[in-house]
Design a protein around this ligand. Structure first.
Ligand SMILES: [Zn+2]
Length: 334
């Protein structure tokens, strides 16, 4: 007999906490909030087609219960998931892939060949991320990183196509945010899933002018020329929709591509202006914050500065770190 005063079981508590937030987009595309840091920050996408499904990016190990609950809510059996496509191996995108795949008997992880080794043997990736985030934050954000078995990994060539129940998905290699970054072109339905290559656009910043977008220059492989070329390449597909990890669907792609490329140039200017400063990171953050506040006001954003800071503070920090790493890489190359 169950005592009346018992506390909820672990499983019971987990169940109560895993109500997934799902956004339903056209053409069998769903965004699932990975519950990373705050609601509305990171979206894993599910593409469902003729009874088969694919994930594009998955979030962290802590996201996995939400993703499995989303499959249940959408009526997609776990055995119907054919692919776990990972745009790149940054842990907010791919940290939970190994854990998720343990629950998906038929799924293959689809990775850029330079990214795959980091998830098959994640020790180096974990060490690198601990260096960026610090030990305490790393544990809270990411938890345990489960490796993916090598025979469950498919590596891609640029422009390679895979089929989801006959729906062609083209993988294009898009360096700039990370060397091993790839995007997924949904040829039939005019969409591109861009991971972090096409920047970040939080829905809180939407105004009558549409979406507001910023590039992400997270350490350690930001490269402005590569990023600009990759943004052009995504825009050249004349796609109706772009699906970002942070956060999900945007349209008006030519305008957003222009805004991203302009900011990449401004970031480079900001970084160069503070090259050799005593505290490069703080100086870069200060100028980038001013730039974003100005652009947001031009965009018609009426949120308070405190709220804007809250929404962008992590990106400001990571972007500044990435620009410092880029400056140091340039110095070594010179
Ligand atoms: Zn990233």
């Amino acid at each position: 007999m169950v005592p009346e005063t018992r506390t909820p079981t672990k499983a019971g508590a987990a169940h109560l906490m895993t109500q997934p937030t799902i956004t339903r987009h056209p053409h069998g595309i769903f965004a699932v909030d990975t519950e990373y840091m705050r609601p509305g920050l990171a979206a894993a996408h599910i593409i469902e087609h003729d009874g088969r499904a694919a994930f594009v990016d998955v979030g962290t190990t802590h996201s996995v219960p939400y993703l499995l609950a989303a499959l249940d809510e959408l009526g997609i059996p776990r055995a119907a998931v054919d692919y776990v496509i990972l745009t790149h191996v940054h842990l907010d995108h791919a940290g939970g892939a190994g854990s998720l795949m343990q629950a998906l008997p038929n799924a293959k992880a689809v990775l850029h060949p330079r990214g795959a080794p980091h998830l098959i043997e994640p020790a180096k990736l974990i060490a690198g991320s601990r260096a960026v985030y610090g030990e305490e934050v790393f544990d809270r954000l990411y938890g345990e990183i489960i490796p993916i078995a090598a025979d469950h990994v498919v590596t891609t060539k640029d422009t390679q196509r895979i089929e989801l129940a006959g729906r062609p998905l083209e993988l294009i290699h898009t360096p700039g945010h990370a060397l091993h970054h790839q995007c997924v072109v949904d040829l039939q339905f005019s969409a591109v899933f861009t991971g972090d290559t096409f920047g970040l656009s939080y829905r809180e910043f939407d105004t009558a002018r549409g979406a507001f977008i910023v590039p992400t220059t997270t350490p350690t492989q930001f490269d402005p020329e590569q990023l600009t070329a990759s943004i052009d390449r995504i825009a050249s597909h004349q796609t109706e929709s772009v699906y970002l990890m942070h956060y999900s669907r945007v349209t008006d792609v030519p305008r957003l591509a222009g805004a991203l490329k302009a900011q990449v140039l401004q970031f480079v200017d900001i970084a160069r202006r503070h090259r050799g400063a005593a505290d490069m990171k703080s100086a870069i953050m200060k100028d980038m914050r001013q730039l974003w506040l100005m652009l947001l006001r031009e965009h018609g954003c009426t949120l308070s500065e405190a709220r804007i800071d809250e929404l962008l503070e992590t990106d400001l920090d990571l972007n500044a770190q990435g620009l410092v790493v880029w400056l140091e890489r340039q110095k070594r190359a010179a």
